[in-house]
Design a protein around this ligand. Structure first.
Ligand SMILES: *Cc1c(COP(=O)(O)O)cnc(C)c1O
Length: 831
């Protein structure tokens, strides 16, 4: 749906500068996601850390002409649109708060529709319930829903904006992290049907109590006609009672027959769950093709919504039986013939295609691979084929896709719209056949695989995928960004950040981590040695890089790749100056390290006068920053010492700064310092462990980033009197089922974990290590666990905190993380 710019000016109450006529179809908040410049309205949002107005000149150059911006931002970036200026053909809509304006516009947009709107909130399961409702209800009506998990103060307005004349039902998620946020979301979504999935501890840090959080979530349901929740959860039931909603309630219950939706039986079979229920005095049954508790809970919430929307019981039964798992992430996998595969089986609509293409485009910039899209028919959009594929073709062009492979009859009829290298197939089998027979060759390409479920692209991915070593380290880039933002939230807006990616990014793999951090505009990256830095440069990382342990033999590498060394002694400084002078280099940035108590590396504060004199007497290098390192900032026990370090640092660093006219950045905080000594931020902080999801203070897990996984190779029954493994160490006290898994000490699984000292998880159950851990394999006890060969085993990660292992080993999580051997394949994904 389009809006004239005049209409928008009125809705958001903006002062308009510029009088270019314009029609707006697209709202944009992330400049990297631009697709349709002419019809886009860009909101220059300001956050603690950033100001979207920074990107206006670039967006203007790419054709965007309409901007919502605050007065302060216009001043800050000097984007003044008077006639004759560089922005003379633009409209600037000046408001006091661009985020509020975005929300206001979405609110107004929402007002125009009378269709049912489902609002989903809760701690877990929001996205799955949303997607399942879509699977259950989309046969009868056109559904608009949040792309992926767009559930924030920004994501919700962008989701609601997608509603149009065809929409027969809308499903939106709402997520909050702070008190007060839900009111804004309620205003935008205005749900008529509310679903509260459940309440857990996530995002608890800003809430006083669980009850406060629950009540806040319930604010979403203020004007709902009906509210759906788990009536057996007493805590939730109490909160609902307290919140005095006027809505009808469909609380489902497995215990209380008086509840509106009574769940009589939940019977778990091998691979499905049979559920019977009574609603309005009618008894019915359905079979859910999942057996875990979370899926059962999610299905019951969906059931209640379907019943309320009067979907007939036979249809519910039939469609519940066909529910598909929801893949919530873009998976990046290594393909055959030098290809990189991006697998997005999440869903298939224009919004998620846009996001996935954007992801592909950004990944492609550094690896030089050809950009290819494999796309099936996009189903159930309510749009006519030719409009739909015209838009797809526009997206494909704007993301500079070089080759398209279409699957399905509809996309095939629009082949002529794609004037790039192309091929079309009637169905997935035909495409797979062409690949297997060598008629279609995919080589050195980065390929986005995106298909509606019906097309079964999983099988296609399997064909294209390179089979990997069964042991992998999964790295969740989204979680890492959440951690970055968590720490950013603790900083003053102007404080800069160095992200530590040394030791292969604490084991997570430096390139992908560095690339993601660079995209999120961190100020510096830091590695230990020059070779780590040059590898990053060769892979296309352009951010500033600090070398913490510069080797004297590697100065040339540092100059060549612009890697900025730390200097910690006169010996090192002299050698560096000499080498730089020899190469004719001037003003090469260096980072001066002071020893304030660690007694490892660094100039003593008393060295300052001599250091200043030496630095001033040459122009080969120039101090860019000065820093020191805390000894025990994680522990109150050392607080007096830490404060002395701060005082010492303050004094010595001021002395250095005063000797120079240019700004020298000062920094001392590591992750623990950021949390515990916010007053010591100076100009910059150095974030390490916290970025990887482990709290530096109590080792609790923030957002878990790395998960080490493997698979069961073989299972055997072993009599009680036998032993398992080398040296007959693995004694059994009963007849046991023993599974062998392909991970050993050469992969980084410490031998001290063997002989029952620790465990891993098999299908969610603890399986202890039996006998000695071998070099490449080890054995675990699965006697009481329902499992089979090929099942996944978690060594540490999302469900088994790494600290369980580091505690057993009497070490710190840093050591366990960095011990995962390089032969273990890293797989990256983004939520
Ligand atoms: C590793 C390192 C950090 C980061 O420390 P964390 O405890 O992981 O946050 C900061 N500064 C220096 C000098 C380091 O070597």
């Amino acid at each position: 749906m389009s809006y004239s710019i005049e209409n928008i000016v009125e809705i958001i109450g903006a002062q308009r500068i510029g009088n270019v006529s314009a029609t707006i179809d697209w709202l944009l908040t992330d400049s990297r996601s631009l697709s349709f410049p002419e019809e886009t309205l860009f909101f220059a949002l300001t956050t603690k850390r950033n100001d979207g107005a920074r990107y206006i000149p670039d967006l203007y150059a790419r054709g965007v002409r309409n901007f919502v911006v605050s007065k302060e931002s216009m001043k800050r970036f000097d984007v003044q649109p008077f006639s004759g200026s560089q922005f003379s053909t633009a409209n600037f809509l000046v408001v006091s708060n661009p985020l509020k304006a975005l929300q206001k516009l979405a609110e107004q947009h929402r007002e125009q529709f009378q269709v049912p709107v489902i609002g989903i909130t809760g701690s877990n399961g929001k996205t799955i319930v949303k997607e399942w409702l879509h699977q259950l209800l989309s046969a009868e009506r056109v559904i608009v829903r949040s792309p992926r998990s767009y559930n924030s103060q920004i994501g919700v307005p962008l989701s609601v904006w997608q509603m149009n004349e065809q929409s027969g039902l809308a499903i939106f998620e709402a997520g909050i992290s702070e008190p007060g946020e839900m009111r804004a979301l309620q205003n935008i979504i205005k749900p008529t049907i509310g679903i509260l999935t459940n309440i857990g501890g996530a995002h608890q840090e800003n809430f006083f109590s669980l009850q406060e959080k629950c009540m806040e979530k319930l604010a979403l349901f203020k004007n709902c006609d009906v509210v759906i929740y788990n009536g057996d959860d007493e805590f939730i039931s109490n909160c609902v009672a307290k919140s005095m909603l006027s809505a009808r309630e469909i609380a489902w219950s497995r215990k209380d027959m008086e509840r509106p939706l009574y769940i009589g039986k939940v019977e778990k079979k091998d691979d499905c769950t049979v559920i019977s229920y009574r609603y309005l005095d009618m008894d019915n049954t359905f079979t859910l093709p999942f057996i875990d508790d979370a899926s059962v809970e999610n299905s019951l919430n969906c059931l209640a919504a379907c019943l309320y929307l009067m979907l007939p019981a036979e249809k519910i039964t039939e469609r519940m039986g066909r529910l598909e798992p929801v893949a919530m992430r873009l998976e990046v996998k290594e393909g055959k013939n030098g290809c990189v595969l991006i697998n997005d089986s999440y869903n298939s609509d224009l919004g998620s295609l846009d996001i996935a293409l954007n992801f592909l485009y950004r990944r492609s910039l550094s690896n030089g691979l050809k950009r290819t899209l494999i796309l099936s028919d996009i189903l159930e959009t309510g749009q006519n084929t030719s409009t739909l594929y015209r838009q797809v073709a526009q997206l494909v062009n704007s993301r500079k896709i070089e080759r398209i492979i279409g699957v399905g009859s509809e996309i095939s009829t629009c082949a002529a719209r794609f004037n790039i290298e192309n091929a079309f197939y009637p169905n997935t089998d035909a495409l797979m056949n062409a690949v297997v027979k060598g008629k279609l060759r995919l080589e050195n390409e980065i390929i986005l695989i995106k298909g509606a479920r019906k097309f079964g692209f999983d099988a296609l991915t399997e064909v294209l995928e390179k089979k990997v070593h069964e042991t992998i380290l999964e790295v969740n880039l989204g979680a890492m960004i959440a951690n970055l933002n968590y720490y950013r939230g603790k900083l003053k807006p102007e404080t800069k950040i160095v992200c530590m990616v040394k030791a292969s990014a604490y084991g997570a793999g430096s390139y992908e981590i560095a690339k993601t951090l660079q995209e999120h505009r961190v100020d510096y990256l830091a590695v230990a040695v020059a070779d780590e830095g040059s590898e990053l440069r060769k892979a296309g990382i352009t951010a500033s890089i600090i070398i913490m342990n510069p080797e004297m033999t590697a100065f040339k590498t540092m100059f060549d790749y612009k890697l900025e060394p730390e200097v910690y002694s006169f010996g090192l400084l002299e050698a560096l100056i000499k080498e730089a002078e020899k190469e004719g280099i001037t003003n090469f940035p260096v980072h001066v390290k002071l020893d304030t108590g660690m007694h490892r590396l660094g100039f003593a504060p008393e060295d300052m006068p001599r250091l200043i004199e030496r630095l001033k007497g040459q122009n080969a290098v120039i101090p860019r920053s000065v820093f020191s390192h805390f000894v025990g900032s994680d522990s109150p026990q050392f607080d007096a010492f830490t404060r002395r370090q701060i005082v010492m640092f303050e004094k010595a660093s001021v002395e250095l700064q005063e000797a120079f006219a240019h700004k020298i950045l000062r920094h001392i905080c590591n992750s623990a310092g950021i949390e515990r000594f916010p007053g010591a931020q100076f100009d910059m902080v150095r974030l390490g462990l916290g970025l990887y999801g482990i709290s530096p203070i109590d080792n609790s897990i923030l957002n878990n980033v790395s998960t080490l996984k493997t698979t069961i190779l073989q299972i055997r029954d072993v009599p009680a009197e036998d032993t398992v493994g080398y040296s007959r160490k693995g004694h059994l006290n009963r007849p046991s089922r023993i599974a062998a898994i392909p991970i050993g000490y050469a992969d980084g699984l410490n031998r001290h974990l063997g002989n029952g000292h620790a465990y891993c998880l098999v299908n969610g159950c603890k399986a202890s290590y039996v006998g000695n851990i071998c070099m490449d394999v080890c054995m675990i006890d699965v006697t009481d666990i329902d499992c089979k060969e090929g099942d996944t085993v978690e060594i540490f990660g999302d469900h088994l905190p790494i600290t369980v292992l580091s505690d057993v080993l009497d070490t710190i999580p840093y050591e366990v993380l960095t011990s995962v051997s390089t032969r273990v394949k890293r797989i990256y994904y983004q939520d």
